[in-house]
Design a protein around this ligand. Sequence first.
Ligand SMILES: C[S@@+](CC[C@H](N)C(=O)[O-])C[C@H]1O[C@@H](n2cnc3c(N)ncnc32)[C@H](O)[C@@H]1O
Length: 281
Amino acid sequence: MNLLLAEVAQATQRLADAGVPSPRNDAEELAAFVHGVKRGELHTVKDTDFDARYWEVIARREAREPLQHITGLAYFRYLELQVGLGVFVPRPETESVVGWAIDAVRAMDVVEPLIVDLCTGSGAIALALAQEVPRSRVHAVELSEDALRWTRKNVEGSRVDLRQGNALDAFPDLDGQVDLVITNPPYIPLTEWEYVAPEARDYDPELSLFSGEDGLDLIRGLERTAHRLLRPGGVVVVEHADTQGGQVPWIFTEERGWADAADHPDLNNRPRFATARRATP
Ligand SMILES: C[S@@+](CC[C@H](N)C(=O)[O-])C[C@H]1O[C@@H](n2cnc3c(N)ncnc32)[C@H](O)[C@@H]1O
């Protein structure tokens, strides 16, 4: 075994002892990052090229700084996004939410689908839809100026129309025209603060995590925004916590102008997102 792989084994143990959820993955990613190689090439790093800065980044991860803040990068579907303090790190469970949305837009058979991403954060959802749905016209809104510093870098050169503002009154110019509204808003109940992983609680912005006592304050408001933006037959997709699968579809009721409200699991089979169609009058 070369020196680096031996150090990775030791680092894995340290991260495991610190409660890091995927210690081997993170120890290898950080070794690759520090030595400027791909994860599969760690065995090619010569003993003489071992960089002691590896132990500095391991100490940061041990203190539960997110891996993505240390490397400055987050991977989301086919994207590499810049992230750091001030912006929410996109999560793997959101990838399946976007997967469902892509299938829904394709099934609509619209030539240039009009898509709105509310609460875009790093821009992950909007950029994935722009990349994976040919000829889509994608608009995204974010409230936080700190987050937008990252979003602007990520959307540069893409065709995403990024705006700063409150999602609740965003895009009045698109009222009644949108094919798909998608959102991964803050949804953690304030009462669950103490159970949130240190990486999220200490590094993701508070505005990106919490929304009232039961976590549903913003989603209740966004229901009206989605209804205003969508054309009849248009679809809304809302990510939520795995404890909210019994509540969120009930926000999109027939009385409020919705049809086919349903909830869907993520790849771990946990309730993850609700969908509904704007009823045709
Ligand atoms: C859970 S994060 C999700 C970010 C991104 N959509 C993703 O999936 O990675 C929620 C985002 O909503 C933003 N946000 C919170 N309240 C908002 C509001 N009223 N209008 C617009 N954005 C808001 C936060 O700043 C944060 O970036």
